[in-house]
Design a protein around this ligand. Structure first.
Ligand SMILES: Nc1nc2c(ncn2[C@@H]2O[C@H](COP(=O)(O)OP(=O)(O)OP(=O)(O)O)[C@@H](O)[C@H]2O)c(=O)[nH]1
Ligand SMILES: [Mg+2]
Length: 316
């Protein structure tokens, strides 16, 4: 049992998830329905249309191809009788694909447990940090935040406001300070105060900007040195509405700071939920959290089954 299983199965957060993902799931479900409308038998045309649809839903050609092959095999073997059963088969395959990397094991044996959060500008880093911090706090952990975005004016204030609201201490330095120094400070302070979880914010940066990526690498190294062990969780925050570009970003961040988990945000917007499949199948990274709104409770640890349920949710 992971620390957050409670939140995964919580009824309220499940309702929030379904409500939050209404736009995303609506588009997905309507797209699928129009393919199956009036068609009972499975044929090459249908499978081709389905594959195209999956690709446009951001699932990516690799996973789409795999899914179609599976559907085709099941049909040929007779385990899939007609098009009405395809939806179930699709649900099942998507869940299996996503489950592959579902369980992120938190090793909390060393204190502090550090979560370093990075990503491009405006992806939802700071908001997600507040939501994650709140979750840890609710789970009974002592939490501290480090305001490693010293670049954008008022970025540290934004984090400090969340800290105040959640009653969580925030380590900061004046704007323009060295972000690595802030994280270092945070780690020292967390150690001194025996804090369980330290979550570090960083400034938004484009994955294509070499000097900014170097700065991020430095932050990571300084953190590792101050800790005396590797950063346990290096999360990249991806805006789910940015589609394929999110994949490129993730690849660059993954190499730079050993990203081992993804926070997929803005699934309440015009996102195509398929991008979650792409992250898992092409990047081989687990989706650690999903964000589906601006409120503090609009985030939950990723759960493949519930995510797929929410994608196929047909409550209007
Ligand atoms: N609808 C929606 N909005 C979100 C979500 N997550 C974050 N936001 C909003 O996106 C905007 C940017 O969020 P931030 O958390 O400031 O993003 P950031 O990555 O820290 O931005 P920078 O620090 O400027 O790089 C804010 O208005 C958030 O409220 C989400 O899951 N859904
Ligand atoms: Mg921020």
């Amino acid at each position: 049992m992971g620390l957050f299983d409670f939140f995964k199965k919580d009824k309220q957060s499940e309702d929030n998830l379904k409500k939050g993902m209404k736009k995303t799931s609506g588009k997905f479900r309507d797209g699928l329905s129009s393919i199956f409308l009036g068609r009972k038998t499975i044929d090459d045309d249908l499978l081709e249309e389905l594959e195209e649809f999956l690709i446009t839903a951001d699932i990516g050609p690799q996973a789409a191809d795999m899914i179609i092959e599976k559907v085709r095999n099941d049909y040929t073997r007779g385990t899939l009788k007609d098009s009405e059963r395809i939806l179930d088969a699709l649900k099942h395959t998507l869940t299996e694909l996503l489950k592959d990397t579902e369980d992120f094991k938190e090793d909390m044996s060393k204190k502090p447990y550090v979560v370093l959060v990075s990503g491009v500008n405006g992806a939802g880093k700071t908001t997600s940090i507040a939501k994650i911090a709140n979750m840890y706090k609710k789970a009974g952990k002592s939490v501290m935040l480090a305001a490693g975005d010293t670049f954008r004016a008022a970025a540290a204030d934004q984090l400090a406001v969340w800290g105040q609201r959640l009653d969580i201490p925030v380590i900061r330095q004046p704007d323009g300070s060295d972000p690595a120094a802030v994280i270092h400070d945070g780690i020292m302070s967390a150690k001194a105060k025996n804090i369980d979880v330290l979550i570090a914010d960083t400034a938004g940066r484009l994955h294509t900007k070499h000097n900014l990526m170097q700065e991020l690498i430095k932050i990571y190294k300084v953190a590792e040195k101050a800790l005396g062990y590797p950063v346990q969780e290096s999360l990249i925050v991806l805006d789910a509405t940015s589609g394929q570009n999110a994949l490129l970003q993730a690849k660059m961040f993954k190499d730079a700071v050993n990203v081992n988990g993804v926070v997929l945000t803005k699934l309440d917007g015009t996102a195509k939920g398929g991008v979650a499949v792409r992250v898992v199948s092409e990047l081989k990274l687990p989706v650690r959290y999903i964000g589906f709104g601006e409120g503090i409770d609009d985030l939950r640890p990723f759960d493949a089954e519930r995510f797929v349920e929410a994608m196929f949710n047909d409550e209007k």
